[in-house]
Design a protein around this ligand. Structure first.
Ligand code: 5GP
Length: 187
């Protein structure tokens, strides 16, 4: 069967969103699911486009309603992939990509073992720190918290189907695009 579910994962600051954007420019039929979260929107983020921004109460109602394929508490907030999102993109004939953190990725793999998982690695923890601080979206304290999570996340990399180092962006994009093309063509 044609595989059209991919998981793009890796620590915060590994560049997985930037890598995805590069891949999407090469493979127009891919689309990412829009996750739900309880974190506050950042400047420039739009509800329904970047995330479905929900209150804790709304998110917890959806958990009770079994609306999520997976969800996690990451830092102080909930993040989750809605079943309805995967359905929506499948029905539109898209190659579906979930861009999620590590625990969620491993949970999705349990539900959909056929999904192909890709771990994006930063060249080093120091580069990761620079990238997270450079984005200017997180305080020093939040950054340190994300780095501690990242160190734990890196320990899980062997559980993925593929590992790609994001040192030179273009190389990383090409490598991920190849994995997706090959995965889609697999019988
Ligand atoms: P951010 O707050 O920077 O947007 O996201 C924090 C982390 O949560 C990132 O690693 C991001 O990929 C991850 N994330 C976003 N959506 C989901 C989701 O639906 N499920 C899981 N498990 N992680 C998510």
């Amino acid at each position: 069967m044609r595989n059209n579910l991919f998981i793009l994962s890796g620590p915060s600051g590994s560049g997985k969103n930037t890598v995805y954007n590069g891949v999407a420019a090469l493979i127009p039929e891919i689309e990412q699911t829009v996750s739900a979260t309880t974190r506050a929107p950042r400047e420039g983020e739009t509800d329904g486009v970047d995330y479905y921004f929900l209150s804790v109460k709304e998110f917890e109602k959806r958990i009770r309603d079994d609306a999520f394929v997976e969800f996690v508490k990451y830092g102080d907030n909930y993040y989750g992939t809605l079943r309805s999102e995967i359905r929506r993109l499948n029905e539109a004939g898209k190659i579906v990509v979930l861009i999620i953190e590590v625990r969620g990725a491993l949970n999705v793999k349990r539900v959909f073992p056929e999904a192909e998982s890709i771990f994006i690695l930063p060249p080093s923890i120091d580069v990761l720190r620079e990238r997270i601080l450079g984005r200017g979206q997180n305080t020093v304290e939040e950054t340190e918290k994300r780095l501690r999570i990242a160190e734990q996340e890196m320990l899980e990399k062997e559980k993925y189907d593929h590992r790609v180092i994001n040192d030179k962006l273009e190389d990383c994009v090409n490598e991920v695009a190849d994995i997706i093309r090959k995965g889609v063509c697999k019988e």
